[in-house]
Design a protein around this ligand. Structure first.
Ligand SMILES: Nc1nc2c(ncn2[C@@H]2O[C@H](COP(=O)(O)OP(=O)(O)O)[C@@H](O)[C@H]2O)c(=O)[nH]1
Ligand SMILES: [Mg+2]
Length: 357
């Protein structure tokens, strides 16, 4: 999980540290050049210089009294300031590392602003340059990974029953498996969920959910006779009321935003069945395209939260950063495998750890 980005971030921080630690050679040469080029001084200039030296000496004496000589000297030797232009240079490697690993541009810009604020023109102890860069990066990425909160269990408890969860997203994102995983998770929390096989578009859509339902030990309502996904969900809600199921989880057909018919169908599903929560399933392997997916689905029907899948096979991790930061929606769960049990509550600290921060 996230191996590539982790490795790249570590390398970029080390490289940035080395760049800051090394004095830029051109500067030294410039000073030498200047010294060589200084022309002979006239007596008047020498007098002026003497006065300036005297004034500087007095100012220094005052400062010594205020600060303590030793402290002043050590501060000069042991601290380093990163100029704005030097920052631009050291951020280059980090920027490449982030972009190469599917991090959306908007997120890269935020990291840059955060690091700039923390590092530019600050007196950083020389021995702590790497630690300071690392701390600043960690703080920024932690902010990025922290979405608005949403306590699903609490919401279910306080709402009328059945609580209807609508699962939407691209083809192959992991919606059907996630429906069964979520049902199994909620069952373990002492709820009694019912699944609606509303992927009526794909031939095997409904039967696949029936199989997943068996694995999760959760009943599934399906109707192979109909193409009307809206009515399958409607029937499932009726069924849930009659048989005391407190939650309905509705699977839907995969769709992309340029498929207008399917998008319109989704709007109809939401209008007719009025779900309590609509969750967008995002496949982390689709990279920074997750930003686009969230925008488009949210525009069609209001998305309440997201579930990120395939974390186990995502070596880059950028989709997580991009989806959480730009989506500005709660992240309910992450899925990291092909099992019914491969689902857990989203925890930003865990992701940070995976990134080596
Ligand atoms: N490795 C891995 N595979 C997953 C995960 N979630 C789903 N899959 C696989 O992705 C494929 C598509 O899943 P499915 O639930 O049918 O997607 P749907 O088209 O959105 O309903 C299946 O082969 C799943 O086993 C995950 O978290 N990790
Ligand atoms: Mg499916």
């Amino acid at each position: 999980m996230f191996r590539f980005l982790k490795r790249k971030l570590t390398t970029a921080v080390k490289k940035a540290t080395r760049k800051v630690e090394e004095e830029p050679e051109e500067k030294k040469e410039e000073i030498l050049d200047l010294a060589e080029k200084t022309p002979e001084k006239t007596p008047l200039e020498e007098k002026k210089e003497e006065i300036q030296k005297e004034e500087a000496k007095e100012a220094l004496e005052e400062e010594i009294e205020e600060k303590g000589f030793l402290k002043k000297v050590t501060e000069k030797v042991t601290t380093k300031k990163i100029s704005e232009s030097q920052f631009e240079d050291i951020f280059q490697d980090l920027q490449i590392a982030l972009l190469e690993n599917n991090v959306a541009l908007e997120v890269v810009d935020k990291v840059k602003e955060d690091l700039k604020l923390d590092l530019v023109n600050q007196a950083i102890p020389r021995s702590k340059i790497e630690a300071e860069i690392q701390t600043s990066l960690k703080k920024s990425i932690e902010e990025i990974l922290t979405p608005p909160e949403f306590d699903l269990l609490e919401q279910i408890k306080k709402s009328d029953k059945p609580y209807v969860i609508l699962i939407i997203g691209y083809n192959g994102a992991g919606k059907s498996l996630t429906c069964a995983r979520l049902a199994s998770y909620l069952k373990r929390q002492q709820f009694n969920p019912l699944l609606a096989a509303a992927d009526t578009f794909r031939a095997a859509g409904a039967s696949q959910l029936v199989e997943y339902g068996k694995l999760a030990n959760v009943p599934v309502i399906s109707n192979e006779e109909t193409q009307d996904s809206c009515s399958v969900i409607f029937d499932t809600i009726k069924h849930a009321k009659a048989q005391n199921h407190d939650i309905v989880i509705a699977d839907t057909s995969g769709r992309i935003q340029n498929n207008q018919d399917l998008m319109d169908e989704l709007k109809k599903i939401a209008r007719v069945n009025n779900p309590n929560t609509t969750i967008l399933v995002l496949d982390s392997l689709t990279g920074s395209d997750v930003v686009h997916q969230m925008e488009e689905f949210d525009k069609a029907i209001a998305v309440d939260g997201m579930i990120l899948t395939k974390a186990d096979v995502d070596e880059k991790g950028g989709a997580f950063l991009s989806a959480v930061y730009t989506g500005k929606k709660p992240v309910l769960f992450i899925c990291d495998g092909q099992l019914i049990s491969s689902i857990r509550k989203y925890n930003p600290k865990e992701i940070l750890e995976q990134l080596g921060l």
